[in-house]
Design a protein around this ligand. Structure first.
Ligand code: UD1
Ligand code: MG
Length: 454
């Protein structure tokens, strides 16, 4: 088969992300801000991936000097909109990156991260059923500021009128433009070429293509979605509102996947959090990016995790903190006020109270007593502590890295260990204890005489 006869992929997408988002009052472009540990633009791109949009046909329109946005878009092509002349102008910049646009081109905004794949699927289906332009609409309680969807008596879309350009009658329409469109790829750039800028803002409005398509005798349609999906993020308060929506979805997914969340409203998840079956999560737990929890793990309240992996059957918390590079083995216990960083706590090991384990290995079945510290940093470099399988570290030990405690060795409580301990040995570094019989009573009598007190 020659390349010419191969069917073109059916979908492409243009994601507008050239705005800085001045209302965020940030030094970073708006779409780089995180929602559930994932940039706003990343949410939109993931949704397009879920829909099967090929990466090489997902074009992201960025502003000048936005390397962070380009990095999020990679490996997808980016084009630069040098001047912010409006949404139609922004979409037009994608033309060189889409020389042969497919049957359907989706246009989305990088700052609207809540749209679901199934909503876009419904738009693509409507487009395949013959509409040249399909617009995602929603009913807003307060439509102020949104473009209004003007429909004819059969519900077909006639035009979109921006709030600033709308008449009083048009402003009474509650059906609003979300900004998302699915457009016939063979007509898109021709329509965009014809958009003018004689309107209240003096901008080239993407929304104009509806009236232009209608004038060409093409059908335009509305697909209605839920308002909760349409939230566009312009301010930090809207970012927080979107966060609540996303957390609601993630908590539900976690529970549907077989995890028990004792009080879901107090558990904060990231887009990539993986919870196994029969995991129990107590109240007030935070899962930062990169966390995987195995089956049957019990997480008690007030834990904080990021960049860590926990194997089946482990018990964590309350008040446990697992930082990047923490790996907790099967059935291991990490108790209250224990911090683990870049360290493995192997199968069945116990680190139950008030301990710091960093740059270390705690061998299988080892027991680390309360208040143990791996002293991993000398002010210049980090060093490794290796605790062998079945070793017993007494309470309040300081293990000064680099140091090795062999398999089955015992470290006496309160020891400061600076040299390697052989397997099965005892290491004690405390001064010998001295008991002086009757000394305390004599001391008190002496002090009473001296001070006249007590
Ligand atoms: C737009 C729609 C409006 C809709 C609303 C939904 C137009 C003309 N209006 O209005 O009908 O109800 O969204 O939230 O499309 N952008 C660029 N380059 C530009 C201009 C915008 O990349 O030159 C990007 C922005 O970064 C943003 C998106 O396009 O991500 C939307 O632009 P914005 O100015 O927020 O449009 P609205 O006035 O909200
Ligand atoms: Mg907007």
């Amino acid at each position: 088969m020659s390349p010419q006869t191969l069917a073109a992929p059916a979908l492409a997408a243009i994601v507008l992300a050239a705005g800085m988002g001045t209302r965020m009052r940030s030094t970073r472009p708006k779409v780089t801000h995180a929602l559930a540990g994932w940039p706003l633009l990343g949410h939109v791109l993931d949704t397009l991936d879920a829909l099967g949009t090929p990466a090489e046909k997902t074009v992201v329109v960025v502003g000048p000097d936005m390397p962070e946005v380009e990095a999020i878009a990679t490996p997808r092509p980016t084009v630069i909109q040098a001047e912010r002349l409006g949404t139609a102008h922004a979409a037009l910049q994608a033309r060189p990156a889409l020389p042969a646009p497919p049957e359907t081109v989706l246009i989305l905004f990088g700052d609207s991260p809540l749209i679901r794949p199934q909503t876009l699927r419904a738009m693509v289906a409507r487009r395949a059923a013959g509409a040249a332009v399909v617009v995602l609409g929603f009913r807003a309680d307060d439509p102020t500021g949104y473009g209004r969807l003007v429909t004819d008596t059969d519900g077909d879309l006639k035009a979109i009128v921006e709030h600033k350009d709308a008449t009083e009658d048009q402003r009474a329409i509650s059906l609003c433009n979300s900004g998302v469109m699915a457009v016939d790829g063979t007509r898109l750039f021709g329509l965009l070429d014809r958009v003018g800028n004689t309107n209240a803002k003096g901008e080239y409005y993407l929304t104009e293509i509806v009236a232009l398509a209608r004038a060409d005798g093409l059908a335009c349609a509305v697909v209605e979605g839920d308002e909760s999906e349409m939230l566009g993020i312009n301010t930090r308060a809207q970012l927080a509102a979107a966060g609540r929506e996303v957390q609601g979805r993630l908590r539900l997914m976690a529970m549907e996947g077989g995890a028990t969340l004792i009080d879901p409203d107090t558990v904060f998840l990231s887009m990539d959090t993986r919870l196994g079956r029969d995991v129990t999560v107590g109240p007030f737990c935070v899962f930062g990016p990169g966390v995987t929890i195995g089956d049957g793990v019990e997480i008690k309240g007030f834990c904080h995790f990021e960049g860590c992996a926990v194997e089946a059957g482990a018990i964590l918390g309350p008040y446990a903190r697992l930082r990047p590079g923490a790996a907790v083995g099967e059935g291991a216990h990490i108790g209250n006020f224990v911090e683990v960083k870049k360290a493995s706590v192997e199968d069945g090991a116990k680190v139950n109270h008030l301990t710091y384990i960093g740059d270390a290995r705690v061998g299988a079945g080892a027991n680390v007593g309360a208040g143990t510290i791996t002293c991993n940093y000398d002010g210049f470099a980090k060093h490794h502590t290796d605790i062998g399988a079945g070793a017993f570290i007494g309470s309040n030990a300081a293990l000064v890295a680099p140091v090795t405690v062999g398999d089955g060795a015992i470290v006496g409580a309160g020891s400061v260990v600076t040299r390697d301990v052989p397997a099965e040995a005892l290491a004690v570094t405390r001064a010998n204890q001295i008991n002086r019989e009757g000394w305390a009573a004599k001391f008190r009598a002496h002090m009473r005489r001296l001070t006249g007190k007590g």
